[in-house]
Design a binder for this molecule. Structure first.
Ligand SMILES: [Mg+2]
Length: 318
């Protein structure tokens, strides 16, 4: 498998996991004998990605405009996304982005909102963090710094900040050909300041059974589910199927495990039926439907790779 394949797999995998989880969001866990294995329609047509990927693409475009990340530019892109009235923005994120959209500086806005509920630690920054791992795929210190910064713009809780750094560190080691277990081990030894609760959850995750996973909107539960999916399966398809069928915050956990498993197994491992069904629209790009090939191109741009490889892939598989 080529390095390009892992880079493309990370981007397409995140969006595929999001779209596959979309119809299962807020639902109960599926019984093991009746796991959903295909894109299904719900509030959106089958194969459509949601806010998780929309925000990741806003982050990606900010990184293409400025790398290292310009936090003010990122905050403005999130505010533009928010002004269009996205369907499924959470309460915390909505409170922060409403203030930024009114012209408040992001640091003031997020500090004010977090001060009202200091324990708030949702998964809204870990769900979108993967573009940073591609943009800094050869610079681990910069990867960690920008992973943390993109979280602080909306989710400053230590577990949100560290969770984003951890997920992207795992992607970093996967992109450098580490096996899944080795990638997690290396990421844990790289990030020394991981909050104890999150560290314990990550270490314990592979030993859990399906019924022990809550998969809520709490960042710790999302990281737990994603690490569990990566380390207890042997293919992209099975990793994502196992995680989205946990229900609850299915699309977000699907996006995170999709980014990880895509980096682990590469683009070719993502079932063609899912790649073909994948679609989405961005409020700030009216009239353009994003498909898998667009995510491949974006991933190439983020990674600073020539687009030649992407075109070769498009001719045979597009
Ligand atoms: Mg979502």
């Amino acid at each position: 498998m080529t390095g390009e394949s892992r880079i493309w797999g990370c981007a397409v995998g995140a969006a595929v996991g999001d779209a596959l989880g979309m119809p299962l969001e807020f639902g109960p866990p599926q019984p093991p004998e009746r796991l959903v294995r295909d894109m299904q329609s719900a509030r959106l047509p089958a194969g459509t990605f949601t806010d998780d990927t929309e925000m990741a693409l806003a982050l990606a475009e900010s990184l293409l405009a400025s790398c290292p990340l310009d936090s003010a530019d990122l905050a403005e892109r999130f505010a533009t996304w928010y002004r269009a009235g996205p369907a499924d923005v959470g309460i915390h994120l909505s409170d922060v982005l409403r203030r930024i959209a009114r012209g408040e500086a992001w640091a003031t806005a997020v500090e004010t909102v977090q001060a009202r509920k200091p324990e708030s630690a949702g998964n809204g920054s870990v769900m979108r963090c993967w573009p940073v791992a591609l943009a800094h795929r050869n610079d681990l210190p910069a990867l960690l710094a920008d992973s943390r910064l993109q979280s602080k713009v909306t989710h400053p809780h230590p577990e949100c900040v560290a969770g984003s750094a951890l997920v992207n560190a795992v992607i970093y080691f996967l992109l450098h050909n580490a096996a899944p277990q080795d990638a997690v081990t290396q990421a844990l030894s790289t990030i020394r300041d991981l909050p104890p609760g999150l560290l314990q959850a990550v270490k314990a995750a592979p030993g859990l059974s399906r019924s022990e996973l809550t998969n809520s909107g709490w960042v710790r539960h999302t990281v737990e589910s994603a690490i569990w999916g990566l380390l207890t399966t042997y293919s992209f398809e099975e990793a994502v199927i196992q995680v989205v069928n946990l229900g609850n915050d299915a699309d977000t956990a699907g996006a995170v495990v999709g980014a990880l498993a895509g980096a682990a197994y590469g683009l070719e491992a993502i079932p063609q039926r899912w790649r073909d069904a994948l679609r989405g629209e961005l409020s700030w790009q009216p009239g353009h439907t994003w498909r898998a090939k667009d995510l491949v191109e974006l991933a190439s741009q983020l990674a600073g790779r020539a687009v030649v490889g992407f075109q070769a892939w498009g001719e045979t598989n597009g």
